[in-house]
Ligand binder design. Structure first.
Ligand code: PLP
Length: 389
C-alpha cells in the first residue's frame, strides 16, 4: 500500500528538515568570499553563541561530521602524554576514548552499564587521583538514549581545573544546555541532528579557557586539517566581515545553517528545551503504555531528543523492523554491540511535529500488532496525545 513517496524519517539523525532550510541549501552557490555570504557566515557564528548559551565562546563551523568535531577537540586539546578522562554512557564514549589515544593521550575510561550513568562520586574520585588535562562526556549517547547531567560534570571540571568536552551531537539545539553558566569548555555537535541542517557540518563553541590551553601547547597539533592555527583566523575574519580562506567552506550548508539557527532563535532556546522535554515525555509515556521497556533506567536520565525502547522478549528485531519499514515511518535499529538485536531507536528532535510523533506511535502500534505483541491497541496513541496537549 505504498502509494505515496512521502516518508517520515524518525531516526536519531539525519532527521526531517524544515522546508525553508532545504530551500536555503538549494540556492545557487555564491563565492565563499562574496559579501552576502560573509554576512551569512558572520551571522551563523553570532547565533551559535546564543543557541549554545555561551556569549564569550569561540564558535567554529567546519566541513565534516560530528566525529570530526570530536577529533578537532581531541587534536587541539591533547598533547602526547596528557591524561584524559572519558565518561562513557555507550558507543560514542568509546569512540572518544579511541580517538584521544591517536593523539597520544593516556586515557582512563569510566563506563556505565547500558542504561545507567557513571555516578558523580566515581567521577569525582577519579578526578582527585588523576591529574587530568581534559574530561569528555556524552550529553545524549545515541546508542542508549541515556542523558547525563552536564551541569554537574561541568562543575566538577571547574572545581578540579580540568577542561570539559561535551559531545552534544545528539543534544545541542534540543536538550537544555547552558554552556557558559555550566562551565563547559567545548560543546560540539553536527548539523544533521537537533540543529536541523543536512549532514556535513561539524560545529562547536570553545571557551576562552580552552583556547588558552591550546595556545599554550608545547607541541604542534597532530592533525593538519584540525589545527585551530588554520581555522581560528578564518572564524575571526568572518566574524569581522572580512574574506578569508583555509579550506573551502560548505557554502550551501552554511546558508541552511543560517536559516535553521534563525528559526531556533525565533522559537527561543527556552521554548525549544521545553518542547523537546514534552516530546520526550510523550514518547516515553506511549512506549510505557505499549509495555515496552526503555534502556535508560530512569526517566531523569532518558534523552528528550530520542528514545531507545527494548523489543518485547518474544519479538524478533527483523520482524519488527520489516513491519516498520512497510509503514513509511523509518526508525533505527540498535547500535550498542552488546544489545544490538534487542532494541530500536527513534529520533524525536528538531523540526519534529506533534503529527510526526503521533504517526510514529501509530506505526509502532501497527508493527507490534503484526508481531503478535500483547497490548491494548490505541493505548500508546492515547498516552502520546494526552501528554502532548
Ligand atoms: C551522531 C553522533 C556522533 C557522530 O556524528 P557523525 O556526524 O555521525 O560523525 C557522535 N556523538 C553522538 C552523541 C552522536 O549522536
Amino acid at each position: 500500500m505504498n502509494s505515496s513517496s512521502k516518508k517520515l524519517l524518525m531516526i536519531p539523525g539525519p532527521i526531517e528538515f524544515e522546508p525553508a532550510v532545504l530551500r536555503s541549501t538549494g540556492a545557487p552557490t555564491p563565492s565563499h568570499v562574496a559579501p552576502d555570504f560573509i554576512n551569512c557566515f558572520a551571522d551563523c557564528l553570532e547565533m551559535m553563541k546564543k543557541v549554545w548559551l555561551c556569549p564569550s565562546g569561540q564558535p567554529f563551523i567546519i566541513a565534516g561530521t560530528g566525529t570530526l568535531a570530536m577529533e578537532m577537540a581531541g587534536a587541539n586539546l591533547t598533547e602526547p602524554g596528557d591524561n584524559a578522562l572519558v565518561i562513557s554512557t555507550g558507543y560514542f564514549g568509546e569512540r572518544f576514548a579511541e580517538l584521544l589515544k591517536r593523539f597520544g593521550a593516556k586515557v582512563t575510561i569510566l563506563s556505565a552499564p547500558p542504561g545507567e550513568v557513571v555516578p558523580t562520586g566515581e567521577i569525582e574520585s577519579a578526578l582527585k587521583k588523576g591529574n587530568y588535562k581534559l574530561m569528555t562526556f556524552t550529553h545524549v549517547d545515541t546508542s542508549t538514549g541515556v542523558r547525563v547531567d552536564p551541569k554537574t560534570i561541568g562543575e566538577l571540571g571547574k572545581a578540579h581545573d580540568v577542561l570539559t568536552v561535551l559531545d552534544g551531537v545528539c543534544s545541542v539545539g534540543g536538550e537544555e544546555l547552558r554552556q557558559e553558566e555550566w562551565g563547559i569548555d567545548v560543546a560540539l555537535t553536527a548539523s544533521q541532528k537537533a540543529i536541523g541542517v543536512p549532514p556535513g557540518l561539524a560545529l562547536m563553541v570553545v571557551s576562552q579557557k580552552a583556547v588558552n590551553a591550546w595556545k599554550n601547547r608545547k607541541t604542534p597539533v597532530g592533525s593538519y586539517y584540525c589545527d585551530w592555527n588554520n581555522w581560528l583566523p578564518v572564524m575571526e575574519a568572518y566574524s569581522n566581515k572580512k574574506p578569508s580562506y583555509f579550506g573551502t567552506p560548505p557554502v550551501n550548508l552554511i546558508m541552511g545553517l543560517d536559516t535553521s539557527l534563525k528559526q531556533i532563535l525565533k522559537e527561543g532556546v527556552e521554548n525549544r528545551f521545553a518542547r523537546h522535554k514534552k516530546t520526550g515525555e510523550a514518547f516515553r509515556a506511549a512506549m510505557k503504555a505499549l509495555n515496552l521497556k526503555a534502556i535508560p533506567k530512569d526517566s531523569f536520565h532518558a534523552a528528550n531528543t530520542m528514545s531507545a525502547p527494548y523489543f518485547p522478549e518474544n519479538i524478533k528485531a527483523e520482524d519488527f523492523m520489516s513491519s516498520m519499514a512497510a509503514s513509511d515511518v523509518t526508525v533505527a535499529p540498535g547500535l550498542l554491540p552488546k544489545l544490538k538485536g534487542s532494541y530500536f531507536r527513534v529520533g524525536h528532535m528538531g523540526a519534529v511535529s506533534k503529527a510526526d510523533i503521533i504517526s510514529t506511535v501509530a506505526a509502532i502500534e501497527a508493527a507490534l500488532k503484526e508481531c503478535n505483541h500483547k497490548f491494548e491497541p490505541g493505548t500508546g496513541l492515547i498516552a502520546v496525545t494526552e501528554t502532548l496537549d
